[in-house]
Design a binder for this molecule. Structure first.
Ligand SMILES: *[C@@H]1O[C@H](CO)[C@@H](O)[C@H](O)[C@H]1NC(C)=O
Ligand SMILES: *[C@@H]1O[C@H](CO)[C@@H](O)[C@H](O)[C@H]1NC(C)=O
Ligand SMILES: *[C@@H]1O[C@H](CO)[C@@H](O)[C@H](O)[C@H]1NC(C)=O
Ligand SMILES: *[C@@H]1O[C@H](CO)[C@@H](O)[C@H](O)[C@H]1NC(C)=O
Length: 425
């Protein structure tokens, strides 16, 4: 009996011993692999840059070849990795690196599907880069590009008909035109997700954030910034109505996208002259013969945004815009520049320049690189582990209070009713 227990114990110890030994080897394997991956990723990045900054067939071919080569290498790595019992390792960082390497992404697709996937994306990307539209006043001149000609008009023109012309043409050519490629892209994206044991491409992208509560955090952010957004929205619509009139900007509708000074209505700084509180602009009388352009199933607007055409996950932009205020607020407190209880030190007037304490916090966070999940990096910065919209809301609170008073004074409707119209006709 005693002998049996001893044998079992020795067997277990040697198993543990073997695992510890394997983990040491695994660490060395990762060190070498990381070097090789850095080399190969650099080649791929260079090829993507060459194509992105100089769209032509030769560069497209080279970019797709290099991507396919890297995908093949990653497939080999994922086979190698199955030899390691990494799920049983002690060190969390090592386990996390193996988990990350075991994700194949699009490379999980069969070779022919993978090639087709790359073709679909580069065809959308190249279409986006090459879109040309016709001149508003001269329909025989059809060589206007997004940059610089169309952007020039979208930011500077205050003629709603001209703005509508460019908006409609651009969305038809950058969006609707690539619908078939987009449909194939979605199919293959979903197929790759399923081969990686996810249910959808969205789940794959969310998994990268390594946080079960991530979607809940996003919902909380929307709730936190909505009161500010509603006041800005109501006020901007009120000012646009003063400029363009009731027929172009209805009292309770959504903001007409083409009037905001940006093709995707994502940045409104180009119309500051129309919406900033001073000076008051006179109301321009527009003719009553304007009915709205209705967007239907036949239109397809999504690929008219570069990131959609180029398969770039876009949530990162929302995250970065929100958390930069979170960083800013913490850095201001560390620098002794912001004190919520002291009106002489407001959040919107802080300056962290030269603060060693704020600098050290950035250093602690940035020196982690990608070695830790992001909540660990945030914690190294300011002790917090979740994203929050509180800091951005706090920063703009004086503006929100001002806007609310103005909107009440001007009897401005807050909120908007749904519409299937995108631009007024
Ligand atoms: C664009 O790429 C081609 C190769 O396809 C190259 O010959 C040319 O020099 C590149 N142009 C620029 C401006 O980099
Ligand atoms: C885990 O491994 C990493 C990378 O080799 C190392 O930097 C870290 O100190 C290890 N952690 C522990 C707790 O041993
Ligand atoms: C171009 O404009 C002219 C003059 O307004 C018009 O007669 C013609 O039908 C237009 N052609 C197209 C293709 O829209
Ligand atoms: C997905 O799950 C199946 C069945 O559990 C497994 O055989 C396969 O290795 C998994 N694939 C990946 C990429 O994890």
């Amino acid at each position: 009996m005693m002998k049996l227990i001893c044998v079992a114990l020795v067997a277990m110890l040697s198993l543990t011993h073997a695992l510890v030994k394997e983990e040491i080897q695994a660490k060395e394997y990762l060190e070498n692999l990381n070097k090789e991956l850095a080399r190969r990723t650099n080649i791929e990045t260079e090829a993507s840059w060459a194509y992105g900054s100089n769209v032509n067939e030769e560069n497209e071919k080279r970019k797709n070849e290099v991507s396919a080569e890297l995908a093949k290498f990653m497939k080999e790595v994922s086979v190698d990795i199955q030899k390691f019992n990494w799920r049983s390792y002690q060190n969390e960082d090592i386990k996390r690196q193996f988990k990350s390497l075991s994700k194949l992404g699009y490379a999980a697709l069969p070779e022919a599907d993978y090639a087709e996937f790359l073709e679909a994306v580069s065809s959308m990307e190249s279409n986006f880069a090459k879109v040309k539209v016709c001149d508003y006043k001269d329909n025989t001149k059809c060589d206007l590009s997004l940059e610089p000609e169309i952007e020039e008009v979208i930011t500077k023109s205050r003629d709603p008909e001209e703005l509508k012309h460019y908006w409609v043409q651009f969305y038809a050519k950058a969006g609707t035109a690539v619908r078939p490629q987009f449909e194939r892209y979605v199919e293959l994206n979903t197929k790759a997700a399923k081969l990686n044991n996810f249910t959808s491409g969205a789940e794959v992208w969310l998994d990268e954030y390594e946080d079960e509560t991530f979607e809940k955090q996003l919902e909380d952010i929307f709730a936190e910034i909505r009161p500010l957004y509603e006041q800005v929205h109501g006020y901007v619509r009120y000012r646009l109505r003063k400029h363009y009139g009731d027929a172009v900007v209805p009292e309770k509708g959504p903001l007409p996208m083409h009037l905001l000074g940006n093709m995707w209505a994502q940045k409104w700084s180009a119309i500051a002259d129309l919406v900033s509180p001073f000076p008051d602009k006179p109301i321009v009388d527009v003719t009553a013969e304007m009915p709205p352009v209705v967007r239907t199933e036949k239109d397809f607007d999504a690929p008219a945004k570069y990131h959609i055409s180029a398969d770039v996950e876009y949530l990162r932009y929302l995250v970065s815009f929100i958390i930069q205020f979170q960083f800013y607020k913490s850095a201001c407190i560390k620098a002794g520049q912001y004190d919520p209880k002291n009106p002489a030190l407001p959040l919107d007037n802080c300056d962290i320049y030269g603060s060693a304490e704020a600098g050290a916090a950035f250093h602690n966070m940035l020196s982690l690189g990608a070695s830790k999940p992001w909540p660990d990096a945030l914690e190294a910065f300011n002790g917090e582990r979740i994203m929050s919209g509180k800091a951005i809301a706090e920063y703009f609170e004086p503006l929100r209070v001002w806007l609310e008073a103005e909107n009440i004074k001007n009897n401005v409707h807050i909120g908007w009713t749904a519409s299937d119209k995108c631009v007024s006709d």
